[in-house]
Design a protein around this ligand. Structure first.
Ligand code: PEP
Ligand code: MN
Length: 354
């Protein structure tokens, strides 16, 4: 870290600043640049919080030399983090593909879409049992009975399950049913929840807060990593803008930027970013072209009947077309699409009564 002092800093202030640097185990190096005194920290010592110096008399600017997100940074961990769930691999250069309904609405709806996706070779099923709805009067999800339906899907199809957790108290229950825990945009800075998912063993998909900066997002990931869970992936799901024409703005530049700043896998969610099913496939392809490690996409067999996010949900037949395009796109990029070989041939089994 480097401190730039005020032009009027006194010798006494420089001495007090130097004493505080020594107390942390560094040697202060005092030099002059232009009309300013600059104090740098020399040697090895603990990570230093800029706040320890911001209120010291004489300090004007603090220039950290390393990012505050130490564990998430590429500098600290040059090789890519690779996450394995079920038969899927995320972050190894292949393109991961997660798909499924916004909400688990009932057993029949979930098994119908899960069977169709398994038939296409999709390895990871998404579906919300705890739904973070903007209005308290909207469908809130089936909670534990929704998780039981997702567990049945895993047993039936072999797909891994990703589902959202909303509260620290629910983490053990959701982790008992899910293979990946999702933290939604509204909870990106719920630090108690980040700590709770950091203390359990399942991988975590951390969605970007809808008004969060890249640095705030990486610091949210840092909470999970620093609580002991190394398997975090970041999901760009659109940020807020002035324009209501789309639900959000898909920040495509965030993808290559994150690939430079962090070793964590980056996933694109074109469904929540756009809010319109017609825009999902083009934006999905843009995310892949920009270097995303995976996609998460909302799919419903009957979008017109969906209890949440029907307007942005693809029908399974459109997923099949998208997967064909993604196969060609990934091949052109010298990558592969992480799908089960011939699909799982269960689509004809029919759905037994519960
Ligand atoms: C979802 O995945 O259904 C969801 C609620 O997403 P987000 O947190 O991005 O709004
Ligand atoms: Mn949704």
């Amino acid at each position: 870290m480097i401190l730039v002092l005020k032009a009027a800093a006194t010798a006494r202030e420089v001495a007090a600043i130097s004493d505080r640097i020594r107390a942390l185990g560094f040697a202060p190096a005092v030099t002059s640049a232009a009309d300013r005194v600059v104090v740098s920290f020399v040697g090895e010592g603990p990570a230093v919080e800029p706040d320890l110096f911001s209120a010291l008399p004489g300090v004007d600017k603090i220039l950290p030399l390393t990012p505050a997100y130490r564990l998430a940074s590429r500098a600290a961990h040059p090789t890519d983090t690779v996450i394995r769930v079920g038969s899927a691999t995320i972050g190894d250069g292949s393109l991961a593909f997660m798909a499924g309904p916004c909400s688990v609405e009932n057993r029949t709806q979930t098994l119908e879409v899960a069977d169709a996706l398994a038939g296409l070779g999709v390895k990871i099923l998404r579906g919300g049992a705890f739904k973070p709805r903007t209005s308290p009067y909207s469908f809130q999800g089936l909670h534990e009975s929704g998780l039981e339906i997702l567990t049945e899907v895993r047993e039936r199809t072999g797909m891994a399950i990703i589902t959202e957790v909303l509260a620290p108290a629910d983490v053990p229950l959701v982790a008992a049913h899910a293979d990946i825990l999702q933290i939604g945009t509204r909870n990106m800075q719920n630090y108690a929840l980040l700590a709770a998912v950091g203390e359990q063993a399942r991988p975590v998909l951390l969605k970007r807060g809808m008004s969060a900066t890249i640095e705030e997002w990486l610091l949210a990931a840092e909470y999970i990593l620093s609580h002991g869970n190394p398997n975090v992936m970041l999901c760009e799901r659109g940020i807020r803008s002035f324009d209501k024409a789309t639900r959000g703005v898909f920040d495509v530049s965030a993808i290559p930027l994150l690939k430079r700043l962090t070793h964590l896998p980056v996933i694109g969610d074109p469904s929540h970013a756009t809010g319109h099913w017609e825009l999902v496939a083009p934006v999905a392809k843009a995310a892949v072209a920009a270097g995303a490690d995976g996609l998460i996409i909302e799919v419903h067999a009957h979008p017109d009947q969906a209890l949440s996010d029907g307007a942005q949900s693809l029908r399974p037949a459109r997923v099949a077309t998208l997967l064909t395009d993604l196969r060609r796109l990934t091949a052109a990029l010298d990558r592969s699409l992480d799908l089960a070989e011939c699909g799982l041939r269960i689509a004809d089994r029919g759905i037994r009564a519960a």
